[in-house]
Design a protein around this ligand. Sequence first.
Ligand code: DCS
Length: 462
Amino acid sequence: MNHNLLKAQYAVRGELYNKAVEMAAAGKEIIYTNVGNPQQLGEKPITFNRQVQALVSCPSLMDNPKAVELFPEDVVARAKQCLGQLSGALGAYTDSRGSMSIRKEVAEFIERRDGVPADAENIFLTDGASVAVRYLLNAAIRDENDAILVPIPQYPLYSASIQLYGGTLLPYYLKEEKGWGMDAESIRKSIHEARAAGTNVRAIVFINPGNPTGQCLTGDDLKELVKLAYDEGLVLLADEVYQPNVYQTEKPFISAKKTLAELGAPYNTGVELASFHTVSKGVMGECGLRGGYVELVNMHPGTIDQIYKAASINLSPNTTGQLSMSLMTNPPKPGDASYPLWKKEMDEGLASLTRRAHVVTDAFNALHGVSCTFVEGAMYAFPKLELSEGAIAAAKAAGKTPDTFYCLSLLEDTGIVTVPGAGFGQEEGTFHFRTTILPQEKEIQKFCTLFAEHHNKFLAKY
Ligand code: DCS
């Protein structure tokens, strides 16, 4: 077999998840906080989006006289418009970059967000952001001497894909004591050391808001990153999938593209940027519909052609995901029949996530031997565990890393599935785990209580 496939690891669906599936098959109740998958934990889809999806999936419903009773008029009009955007049918292939008309909606969304022009020609619709990330990594990595800078802790899409494409991951460590902030000077140092040793450092990934770390970058952090990419000739891979998931007002989301524009010359035209977004996150959480996009900024036209070729090999991104992207980037407007309900669902969804970010962070910080940076954004908490020598010895005897040992004990005792910190990378000698903040509000207290009970038992035992 391909040794790169054999070597690749993806902890979000790793040992803990497999054990949970086994336990679920044996009838145990499992709380799936290993994946940022809101609807699996009971989040309701946004009504407008699903009404349009329903009519686009089954256009004959629109001819049914009852449709006017069941669906607001703007839903019917929008479904007709969406069908037109998708070659007239949900079951037809589209252009390999996705529907041009939906790419234009994405471009308008980006323009409204940043106040900077966006060109639909440079936007590709993909089956979730994952596929877009992999197009870029595939294009950038030529051989194992090519390195991609990735934050540690990171979301393992990056480590796994870099391995699959036969490249090298060059880590840069986020500083937990500074709220998982980044340190541009130490990144520059790693680049220079790697280059001195003959490695070609090609691109830098950053995740804002962060997964698994939950931090939001400031405008100054982003400027540092852009300058670094410019000075070092790196492609900037901006993973901005959690841009709507911000739970505080001090550090609002600022895009990398807007930062380029604010910095002006030479950065605004001198940094190659790929920005990724998705329908899987935010409040809609349409993970299973697999809609994503990448905007390529200042990218060489030859590169864009090659990425188009790579997309062409897949024929077409799926149309349900494209439709979902259209609905995300071009939602109902004030005055539309569906606007009040849409607005209420979106506002309540964000308010609820914000409350859950606080509840989870506070619950972890109330425990002995656990410290957790406030979840400023995204969908995860990444607490640090102080484990006793007894616990570390017991883990060793069981042939597990201490964080895996802890997470397995938690799973066996409570049914809560988390992901050990090792799956994301962590400073040597520190132990973490990741959980989502996604249990529903009526369940979240139970989640916190179950967690605390196990934690105290674990402390007493070891
Ligand atoms: N980028 C980041 C930072 C992510 O967290 C995810 C998904 C993706 C990209 C890809 O998402 P889509 O392909 O669905 O657009 N996050 C995974 C996770 O950590 N838990 O759930 C999924």
